[in-house]
Design a binder for this molecule. Structure first.
Ligand SMILES: [Mg+2]
Length: 263
């Protein structure tokens, strides 16, 4: 929670460095020297700490068997969503200018967390769950995440599976999300996350959303995301579409050849 740092002057608000509406870095490379520190660190991690995803981990799939698959050529697309700074934002002090949507309680520290729901998050979940299999995968603890998800999806109608920190893969101190463990076809599965680090094991299947920290009440990222998901759903292959649209793997490969870009 609350990990993202905000640098209001670092980039024009209308064009986040990384997010659903970002240009393809091959066509319009980011201004490397203007990246904020957290994004610079995330890209360094992707390029230099995690150059090999390793073999597909053994063990049971994280998602239950998809029903109605027999004879189906094109299964429902599986959309795996991050929670913090993607669907909601939790902070230990409430904002002066905005009432939180609800509070959570941290068992260990006995602290209160003030939670803000990203604009359109509930509508997004409602619409997306009609079209896709919707899963939430957070690197946060189960006790915290369940308090937030019980508010976002109180009747458990929209999010079919909840995955938590214990389902992540730890590497070099970071919690990564390995889509290959879902038990879904990789050409019909994608991960949406505000942190590029989470996508390290599956850059071809990742969509980076801008980090939302409750400062922008007019944020439209989740509606933009819905449009991209609908386009993606019409394509034969999720990674082919996302590779064309965002080129994350190509960007990481460029950074490996040109480490000077992030210096
Ligand atoms: Mg996040």
């Amino acid at each position: 929670m609350a990990a993202a740092m905000v640098h209001p002057g670092a980039w024009p608000a209308a064009r986040p460095t990384m997010g659903v509406t970002m240009p393809n870095p091959r066509e319009e490379p980011p201004a490397w020297s203007e990246l904020d520190d957290s994004l610079r660190a995330a890209l360094r991690f992707l390029a230099y700490e995690c150059d090999d995803p390793g073999p597909v981990p053994e063990g049971p799939a994280l998602l239950p068997r998809q029903e109605g698959l027999d004879g189906e050529i094109m299964p429902r697309m599986t959309v795996v969503l991050d929670l913090d700074e993607t669907l909601s934002h939790c902070r230990l002090e409430p904002l002066k200018s905005l009432q939180p949507d609800f509070c959570v309680h941290f068992e260990e520290s006995k602290a209160t967390g003030y939670v803000y729901v990203r604009p359109n998050a509930r509508l997004f979940l409602e619409v997306a769950s009609r079209l896709f299999e919707v899963v939430v995968f957070t690197a946060s603890s189960k006790s915290y995440a369940d308090q937030v998800l019980d508010q976002l999806d109180p009747d458990r109608q929209h999010i079919s599976t909840r995955l938590y920190r214990q389902h992540c893969v730890e590497r070099s101190g970071a919690f990564l999300k390995d889509l290959r463990r879902m038990g879904r076809r990789m050409d019909r599965c994608l991960l949406v996350d505000n942190s590029p680090v989470s996508l390290a094991l599956c850059p071809d299947n990742g969509v980076v959303v801008s980090s939302w920290t409750a400062e922008d009440p007019d944020d439209k990222e989740l509606m933009e995301l819905l449009l991209i998901l609908q386009q993606c759903d019409l394509e034969a292959s999720v990674p082919q579409f996302l590779g064309r649209r965002y080129g994350l793997r190509a960007m990481v490969e460029l950074l490996r050849r040109r480490p000077d870009l992030l210096e």
